[in-house]
Design a protein around this ligand. Structure first.
Ligand code: SAM
Length: 292
């Protein structure tokens, strides 16, 4: 303010010279800031780190291969015909149910924690995948179950509020389809020694009703992404079996907005692939996360 007042009393040509110097120095500062942001990959407005999320669909490698997945599609499609709930609206359809079932029959965990039961379709498939596993199934509203197992231990309080002291964490697989904050679930898992997690609602940024790992990897501040990169040995988004024409939100596939692993198949090459194609619109980047 004071400088402006003094400058006004100066002759015109000096006033112009001062203005130009200020303009130059602010331009110079902007330029320096831009270079700094480019080098450090920062957002020039917020100063937050920007992640190039285009290719972040995995960290590390799981124990199975794409061929292992392909080799089980036929068997699962047969099992899927016998599912107890034919209309599992709001619940998992063949593409995601296959991924969850695949990991369970592949890893054979001794204990399974399922959070988000809904009608019980997942519970039924998990029993089929690991008949000798002890299953704990959680839902804050157990009244919606259509399939109820006598072997399963049911809970109607949140995963965080259950005493897991008696469970061998390293032999336990936690499956979340409860639309809760996934980063908080990972933090709890880390603190309590759980290693193997699956998140069904792995929504991309700007979609879905909960904070997912996929969203965390795309956040500009990068705080959660850095945390996850630190604690996760494997982060693996299951590939779609077949890609639907449009996304779940009826827009075009766009690798910047929706980075997605290569689908297992491009076309319905066999009859058993048809169901995966028919239900492919329900794919939302279900992921496997293994802690270090
Ligand atoms: C999308 S449904 C689960 C679908 C199920 N996994 C299936 O495939 O059939 C989500 C379920 O999460 C339950 N839910 C909501 N909050 C929860 C929480 N904090 N813990 C466990 N379940 C929760 C809802 O009651 C609902 O039944």
């Amino acid at each position: 303010m004071r400088i402006k007042k003094i400058a006004k009393k100066l002759p015109k040509h000096l006033q112009t010279a001062i203005k130009q110097t200020f303009k130059l120095s602010s331009k110079f500062r902007k330029k320096i800031n831009q270079i700094k942001c480019n080098v450090l990959n920062l957002d020039p407005v917020t100063g937050f780190r920007i992640y190039k999320i285009q290719k972040l669909t995995h960290i590390g490698k799981p124990k199975w291969t794409r061929n292992d997945l392909k080799n089980k599609l036929k068997e699962f499609s047969e099992l899927y015909k016998n599912r107890p709930i034919k209309d599992n609206y709001y619940g998992m359809k063949s593409p995601h149910m296959f991924s969850a079932w695949f990991v369970i029959q592949f890893l054979k965990p001794e204990h399974i924690i399922e959070s988000g039961v809904w009608k019980g379709q997942g519970t039924w498939f998990f029993e089929k995948a690991a008949p000798s596993a002890k299953i704990h199934s959680i839902d804050i509203n157990l009244g919606l179950r259509k399939y109820i197992s006598e072997k399963v231990i049911y809970h109607n309080i949140d995963f965080f509020d259950i005493d897991w002291n008696d469970i061998p964490k390293e032999k336990t697989l936690c499956f979340f389809d409860d639309h809760q904050n996934a980063v908080k679930r990972v933090k709890f898992a880390k603190k309590n020694g759980f290693k193997i997690l699956i998140f069904e609602d792995n929504y991309p940024p700007s979609q879905g009703d909960c904070y997912s790992l996929k969203k965390a990897f795309a956040t500009k501040s990068g705080k959660d992404a850095d945390y996850l990169k630190n604690v996760l040995k494997v982060y693996y988004e299951f590939p779609p079996v077949l890609k639907s024409e449009k996304t779940r939100w009826n827009d075009k596939w766009n690798d910047k907005k929706y980075p997605t692993p290569e689908p297992l198949y491009r076309n319905v090459e066999n009859e058993y692939l048809q169901v995966y194609f028919d239900e492919s619109i329900h794919y939302t980047w279900i992921c496997y996360a293994e802690l270090k």
